[in-house]
Design a protein around this ligand. Structure first.
Ligand SMILES: [Zn+2]
Length: 456
């Protein structure tokens, strides 16, 4: 008597079948008997049973899997056809209505809610779906583990990943064009204790405004950005932590700079927005196309403006400086908390102060903060899913490097002195910009505190 059953989807996805079972014991055949994570999962799921695991050949597995799918005389088919039994079972799952409809539903909902990321995480009982909206993760609903396996199979199929692989991490990209929607996403799949954790970053989103004005820069900052856009050479940094909107600002800036008279090349990871007329290069570590390797190559492409997605190391920093010194306008991002810190970050990476002073023209430090919901005035309503906030805006600090400041930097100014000098000159900090946005009712003091912490 069979006391338990595993679904065909679970068996196909995990390469496991039940050899036999009674009231107390289960014997399972595994294609990968070394997969102790899967063994632990089964044991936890059936604590009342004694579980035994044995290795099973592909041929045995295929026969058992075919029986699960209720197919006749599977042993009679040629061995070559048998080899593909598992892959074709998963292929069928990926193309079947439950997987197609569930994933379509998730995509449509994510697009309707302006989500930036979709998270599908296997848990003990179910799988949880969450969206990142305006920078915050929002719980959407749970689906069964089995449905999650179907969705995973479909995602792997769409992203041309290995559909029968679920024990190793996989990364990929998928682009979909249906009559209802178009979607471009980067996908990351990592096996976790209860199954897979799948995260999709939605790229090239049409709901994000790509203009400096629409992003929410204040009037004064828009003037500063105009000054920056009129420059023809030098280094411009956009700084902030992950998720602070740096890429979006750069995309808006490049879009405004683009004319047929200049050549713009960007090196990005990933390419989040596709911009007409700009040569965008996707970093690919596996092919050794890193930021610095790409940067070394593009000098021969005769660019006027270069965008470096991120300065992570000294090699990239030095190349960016060299490009800026040889008459190119170079935009790059850096992970720093404020504008003046960038000078010292570059110095700590190994660049001498005089080189920084010679090329650095401006730093835009920024954050994204949520806007007060206009429908309920931040009280919480259906339009803002009860959060009181809807959409996001930029808060920024823009530092234009004057000749006096460049002089001080080249002489090795101290961080403290730089802060003091800036404060004396009436320089507006991130807090100042945030305060203005609170006083204009665009956001709340509470939201500013959440993002920036208490004022210093
Ligand atoms: Zn509201």
């Amino acid at each position: 008597m069979t006391a338990i059953s595993l679904s065909p989807v679970f068996c196909a996805a995990n390469g496991i079948v039940i050899n036999s079972s009674d009231d107390k014991n289960i014997s399972l055949g595994m294609l990968h008997p070394e997969d102790t994570v899967l063994q632990a999962r089964i044991k936890k799921e059936y604590p009342q049973y004694q579980c035994g695991f044995t290795a099973i050949t592909t041929e045995e597995f295929n026969i058992k899997l075919s029986r699960l799918y209720g197919e006749e005389n599977p042993g009679g088919t040629p061995a070559a056809a048998n080899e593909d039994r598992r892959a074709s079972a998963i292929d069928k799952i990926a193309k079947d209505a439950p997987a197609v409809n569930t994933l379509n539903g998730i995509f449509l909902e994510a697009l309707a809610k302006n989500a930036s990321d979709i998270h599908i995480e296997a848990e003990k009982e179910n799988a949880q779906i969450r969206f990142r909206i305006d920078g915050m993760l929002v719980f959407i609903r749970t689906i069964t583990q089995e449905r999650a396996l179907e969705v995973s199979a479909r995602l792997k199929y769409l992203a041309r990943l290995n559909t029968i692989e679920n024990r190793r991490p996989q990364d990929g990209h998928l682009a979909l064009q249906t009559s209802d929607y178009s979607l471009d996403a980067r996908i990351s799949i990592i096996p976790a204790i209860w199954g897979e954790s799948i995260v999709l970053r939605l790229l090239n989103r049409s709901d994000v405004p790509l203009s400096v004005e629409a992003l929410g820069f204040s009037a004064g900052h828009q003037e500063h950005i105009k000054t920056i856009l009129s420059m023809t050479s030098g280094l411009i940094l956009v700084t902030g932590p992950t998720g602070s909107g740096k890429t979006t600002t750069l995309a808006a800036v490049l879009k405004e700079l683009h004319t047929s008279a200049i050549k713009i090349i960007s090196i990005e990871d990933p390419v989040e927005y596709r911009i007409d007329g700009i040569t965008q290069i996707q970093v690919n570590e596996e092919l050794s196309l890193t930021f610095d390797a790409a940067l070394r190559r593009i000098f021969r492409q005769d660019p006027d403006i270069i965008m470096v997605g991120e300065i992570r190391d000294i090699e990239t920093a030095e190349l960016a400086i060299r490009a800026a010194m040889t008459g190119h306008l170079v935009f790059a991002t850096l992970h720093t908390n404020n504008a003046s810190e960038s000078v010292f970050r570059l110095h700590n990476m190994g660049l001498p102060f005089y080189e920084i002073a010679a090329v650095l023209k401006a730093v835009i430090a920024q954050r994204l903060i949520r806007k007060r919901c206009t429908a309920c005035n931040a009280a919480g309503c259906p339009a803002c899913v009860g959060t009181g906030y809807s959409g996001r805006t930029v808060i920024a600090e823009i530092l234009l490097i004057t000749t006096t400041l460049a002089d001080s930097i080249s002489r090795g100014i101290l961080a403290e002195d730089m802060r003091h000098t800036l404060a004396q000159s009436g320089h507006r900090t991130l807090y100042d910009d945030a305060e203005e946005k609170v006083s204009r009712g665009i956001t709340t003091g509470k939201e500013v505190q959440r993002e920036l912490g208490a004022p210093q």
